[in-house]
Ligand binder design. Structure first.
Ligand code: SAH
Length: 245
């Protein structure tokens, strides 16, 4: 089973786009994943191939029609049954590294990309489509959101990152931000690399990294820190650790 991304979009030429380069691009050329963009307009019935109409209730912009999108979604689901069907939407469940891991372990999703004001809500009632958001801001379309989600998945596919890099202690994998990185030159604009990182003492380095990871998360992302602390206090091993103190 090769991870396949089926993308339903008004702009199929945007794919693979940036994920046709670098790590993801090499993996694509090696056949480690497939990119399958579909033009939604191919499912429109009229001469103008229109997919949108004015919003019910009035207001600015246009709304993507449920009937046309359903034809595109149904055709994709018929070709690829039993794969997750997502729609990029600022009203969706926030994308997390845990969702990315789940998706990367599967056959690869069908992803519907919105444009204009968004998608007629009845589509979500009538089809098993999960809306997914990449963050609390508004993009002009779902394509960049889909590319972001796919980039995050593809780097986790077997053989893509290489054995040198498991990604295990990266930001969010542990529920914390990762520790900061340094490289040569040893001194730059009067600043040196933290002494401990040059000590060769692996235990001390690991302890420094853990403490920076915790401090930075507490200061920069109190939301993550609170969740991390909550989980630690609740888990049996966490409770034991608390007692040992
Ligand atoms: N009027 C909508 C925004 C529409 S933006 C609202 O306020 O909720 C047009 C399309 O861009 C959306 O249908 C969606 O596919 C995509 N999009 C915009 N922001 C996004 C985000 N944060 N995450 C995922 N997709 C997004």
């Amino acid at each position: 089973m090769t991870f396949t991304a089926t993308i339903l979009t008004l702009y199929p030429e945007m794919f693979p786009g940036p994920i046709g380069h670098s790590l993801a691009g090499r993996a694509l050329a090696e056949g480690r994943w497939h990119c399958d963009p579909v033009q939604i307009r191919d499912h429109a019935a009229d001469r103008h191939r229109s997919v949108d109409d004015t919003p019910a209730g009035g207001g600015a912009g246009m709304v993507m029609r449920a009937d046309i999108l359903a034809l595109a979604v149904d055709a994709a689901m018929a070709r690829r049954p039993d794969v997750p069907v997502l729609a990029m939407s600022p009203r969706g469940r926030p994308l997390t590294q845990a969702c990315v891991r789940d998706l990367a372990a599967g056959p690869g999703p069908i992803i519907l990309c919105g444009r204009f004001e968004g998608i007629d809500e009845r589509l979500f009632e009538a089809r098993p489509i999960e809306p997914v958001s990449i963050g609390d801001y508004i993009l002009s379309g779902g394509e960049m959101a889909a590319l972001t989600l796919l980039d995050a998945c593809i780097r986790l596919l077997p053989g893509v990152m290489g054995a040198a890099h498991s990604g295990d202690d990266e930001s969010f994998e542990t529920g914390l931000l990762e520790y900061p990185h340094y490289t040569r030159p040893r001194e730059w604009e009067g600043r040196t690399i933290p002494e401990v990182l040059r000590s060769g003492d692996h235990a001390a380095i690991a302890a420094w990294r853990k403490s920076r990871s915790e401090d930075d998360t507490r200061l920069r992302r109190p939301d993550l820190w609170e969740r991390h602390e909550g989980a630690r206090v609740q888990s049996p091993s966490g409770a034991r650790r608390e007692k040992e103190r």
